[in-house]
Design a protein around this ligand. Structure first.
Ligand code: A2P
Length: 270
């Protein structure tokens, strides 16, 4: 089945399209609006945003204007990493919901276990407090699934020790050469969907030419090989682009990488 419409299943029965369109670093306004419109026209049915990206309003408007049925588009947004208290989390969710103006959110993520200005700092208690709000949002149907982002095995285990619902997804940085094997295995063994952001290493992967040989062999572009690699590993890629031709190219990943190509890609280290 085509990657754009094929789905993973999370939270029991929620279908999430296997390729998502990432909107990190796409400015609000016409850039985000146009990029999401092009993505939807190209067939993407899964858009990933965050309150911290500042572009939810444009993303929501693009989805509404597309004329595609709301139920046919999967929307992820995220609680800012700095918010680690229950009231703040409730307010931020409402703000995202208002900004998107698309009704029920499909997936709501804790953006990171720590604020970005103190990566690695200990917010175990805050994450538990916030996760309990996520559990409420999920059980009351305001979001169809809940998860985390940038969580390590340790972060996931300490959250799990004090809460009831295992996150449905963990969105982490994931690309050829940087595959986060320990947390990926932990998640996949427990049915937690791994989503990969920056599947092109924010474009860097395409500069070195390491995957050029494989791309030539299989008759694809290096970006397509890089994105396909995630799918071969059961990881959901979230490629980002503001360039229409690339947005379309990154969606055209219905091909298989053979065992030799995968072994070569496995051997690359960032
Ligand atoms: P642009 O948005 O100007 O098209 P990642 O998904 O890993 O975050 O990578 C995003 C970066 O890679 C952006 O700078 C984007 O540029 C670039 N990019 C996205 N798709 C392609 C592609 N198919 N070929 C070359 N560069 C790409």
């Amino acid at each position: 089945m085509p990657a754009l419409t094929d789905t993973f299943t999370i939270a029991g029965d929620v279908e999430i399209p296997k390729v998502g369109f990432g909107t990190w670093q796409i400015p609000d306004g016409s850039e985000a609006y146009d990029a999401v419109r092009v993505a939807l026209d190209a067939g993407y049915r899964h858009i990933d945003t965050a309150l911290a990206y500042g572009n939810e309003a444009s993303v929501g408007r693009a989805v509404r204007d597309s004329g595609i049925r709301r139920d046919d588009v999967f929307i992820t947004t995220k609680l800012p990493a700095e918010i680690k208290d229950a009231d703040g989390a409730r307010r931020a969710f409402e703000q995202s919901q208002r900004g998107l103006d698309l009704g029920v959110v499909d997936l709501y993520l804790i953006h990171a276990p720590w604020p970005w200005d103190s990566i690695g700092s200990d917010h175990r208690a805050g994450n538990v407090e916030v996760w309990k709000v996520f559990e409420e949002l999920w059980s009351s149907g305001r979001t169809r699934s809940i998860g985390v982002s940038n969580f390590s095995v340790e972060d996931l285990e300490s959250l799990g020790a004090a809460t009831d619902v295992v996150p449905h997804a963990n969105q982490i940085r994931w690309y050829v050469g940087s595959t986060q094997d320990d947390v990926t295995a932990w998640c996949q063994q427990r049915g937690v969907l791994v989503e990969g952001y920056s599947p092109l290493a924010t474009g860097r992967l395409l500069e070195g030419g390491t995957i050029d040989g494989i791309a030539k062999r299989v008759g694809r572009t290096p970006a397509q090989v890089a994105i396909r690699y995630l799918l071969e590993k059961g990881v959901l890629p979230l490629p980002k682009s503001v360039t229409p031709e690339r947005i379309r190219q990154n969606a055209d990943v219905d091909f298989a990488l053979d065992a030799d190509a995968i072994a070569e890609l496995d051997a690359i280290r960032d």
